[in-house]
Design a protein around this ligand. Structure first.
Ligand SMILES: Nc1nc2c([nH]c(=O)n2[C@H]2C[C@H](O)[C@@H](COP(=O)(O)OP(=O)(O)OP(=O)(O)O)O2)c(=O)[nH]1
Length: 152
């Protein structure tokens, strides 16, 4: 068996990110339309990481499951309704930001009622998987984009 020398890349990154931070749980959705495009939303001015594109979703409230949180967030942010049975967990981001550690399951969703609108003023874009790289996203999302591209 060939062993990889732990002298660079992930090995060094781990040494930099091992300090205790509050864990923030966020549930996010890759809404996929009939043409296989994925919906991205642009984070509005005034929020952290403003201008970057993200998967719709948000933080879990106390007592909520990730699916319940996502159904609520999709209704609040986009004005659409979906159900837990229409959500399939496909990936999970685990990323150390400076002030918190983000744990974010990503759910694929192909079935919902209503037409997504940016109810909080956010711009929306339906993006072909091969074009996802054209949209700057938070660092936590990079591995998710790679997984989605392979999946779709
Ligand atoms: N919804 C969503 N959030 C993401 C993604 N990538 C990523 O790092 N995040 C981060 C940004 C936020 O810190 C957090 C989501 O918080 P939120 O949507 O409920 O609330 P917020 O924007 O007001 O967050 P914040 O300004 O308080 O940090 O997760 C993503 O693809 N989708």
């Amino acid at each position: 068996m060939i062993e990889r020398e732990p002298d660079s890349g992930c090995w060094q990154a781990d040494e930099r990110s091992n300090t205790a931070k509050p864990l923030v749980l966020v549930a996010a959705a890759a809404l996929i339309d009939v043409d296989g495009r994925v919906l991205l939303a642009q984070r509005p001015e005034g929020k952290s990481m403003a201008g970057l594109w993200e998967f719709p979703g948000g933080k879990l409230h106390d007592g909520e499951s990730p699916e319940q949180a996502l159904i609520r967030e999709l209704h609040e942010e986009l004005g659409i309704d979906t159900r837990a049975s229409c959500l399939a967990a496909v990936a999970c981001a685990s990323h150390a930001y400076d002030s918190f550690h983000l744990l974010m399951p990503l759910y694929a969703c192909r079935t919902w009622r209503g037409t997504p609108r940016g109810k909080e003023g956010q711009s929306l874009a339906w993006v072909r998987p091969v074009r996802l790289g054209d949209y700057p996203m938070p660092p936590a999302d990079e591995p998710l984009v790679a997984i989605l591209r392979d999946l779709l």
